[in-house]
Design a binder for this molecule. Structure first.
Ligand code: RIB
Ligand code: CA
Length: 325
């Protein structure tokens, strides 16, 4: 059982990651959601957090509002594949906003101090809030069990050929986090999320499963699929953040390796995570683990079984077909 604080910029794949995390209470106890500016502005992100919790009937989970802009730079606007509202612009009953009084950073610092070495941070957006907590409390990194994050990449990028959005959006924050001395950081980057590609047939199965969550995922991924077609002529969509939830449920979905990662904060490669595999670059001291391979059939099997158990066999047959070699 992992006690997890999810730091999120919902966000279509964020929503799917939260649904999956909430579907496995035997493996993940969601302590709180904290929101951050990233895919959308902080007010949308915070409203979306409540909407997501309402749809998965987990309004018991507290929500803390985080930072509205990166640590040291202005928001660099970019075309968002998540829609103007961050959740695909679909019409949905918005969740009632019942904000906690503490800010995200105040909450994280207090919770970590009160639960030394017990809490896991699950950032699936820019690392602004976590860097803010590191700056606020010199013991924060020591008080946290580990970080399992979606961000970065060793061999690719989505905001440039080398930079991934969560690190690109707030590179100074990412640099602070990787230099803060956390006991364990697991970086789930684009190298593996590229392989977690939901096909049109899988998306259609979500429609036919016809639960509030499956139908909502089908709706919000419309704009996401359009973005992958318009940009890359790929049919389907990449489930980035969802891999972090899957890893926390079953670590066998990913292969990870020891690495030293440093973050570029300037120039044409700003936001790039430079990954030194320590078995090659022997002079570098490990500061994290980087995911380098995905068991895609196990991942999608878990995605469907945990959330839609009645359709386990149907999903397994479809996954076998879609990912036959
Ligand atoms: O690069 C992918 C990341 O950027 C994901 O977290 C997605 O939600 C966006 O925030
Ligand atoms: Ca995200």
């Amino acid at each position: 059982m992992e006690r997890v604080i999810i730091d999120t910029d919902p966000g279509i794949d964020d929503a799917m990651a939260i649904f999956l995390a909430a579907s496995a209470p035997d493996r993940i106890s969601i302590e709180a959601l904290i929101t951050v500016n990233g895919n959308t502005d902080i007010d949308n992100a915070t409203q979306n957090a409540f909407t997501i919790l309402t749809i998965c009937e987990r309004e018991d989970i507290p929500v803390y509002k985080g930072r509205s802009k990166p640590l040291k730079r202005e928001v660099r606007m970019c075309e968002s594949s998540h829609g103007d509202d961050g959740l695909g612009n679909v019409k949905v009953n918005k969740g009632k906003i019942v904000l906690q009084k503490e800010t995200a950073e105040e909450y994280m610092v207090r919770a970590a101090r009160e639960n030394k070495g017990i809490l896991t941070l699950m950032p699936i957006g820019p690392l602004t809030n976590i860097a803010g907590a590191v700056l606020r409390d010199e013991n924060f990194a020591k008080n946290i069990k580990r970080i399992v994050l979606m961000g970065g990449a060793e061999h690719c990028g989505n905001m440039s050929p080398t930079a991934e959005f969560n690190f690109w959006h707030d590179p100074e924050a990412a640099k602070i986090v990787f230099e803060a001395g956390f006991e364990e950081i697991i970086m789930v980057g684009l190298d593996v999320t590229r392989k977690a590609f939901m096909t049109p047939a899988m998306r259609e199965l979500l429609y036919q499963i016809n639960t509030p969550i499956s139908r909502f995922i089908h709706q919000i991924t419309r704009i996401y699929v359009d973005s992958y077609w318009n940009k890359l002529k790929n049919l389907g969509c990449e489930l980035c953040d969802v891999l972090v939830s899957a890893f926390l449920i079953d670590e066998s979905v990913l292969k990870i390796k020891e690495a030293f990662v440093e973050i570029e904060t300037d120039g044409i490669c700003c936001g790039t995570s430079v990954v030194y595999s320590v078995d090659i670059w022997t002079g570098k001291k490990k500061n994290c683990y980087v995911a380098y391979d995905l068991d895609v059939k196990t991942f999608f099997g878990l995605f469907f079984e945990k959330q839609f158990p009645a359709f386990k066999e149907t999903a397994e047959a479809l996954i076998e077909h879609e990912y036959r070699v």
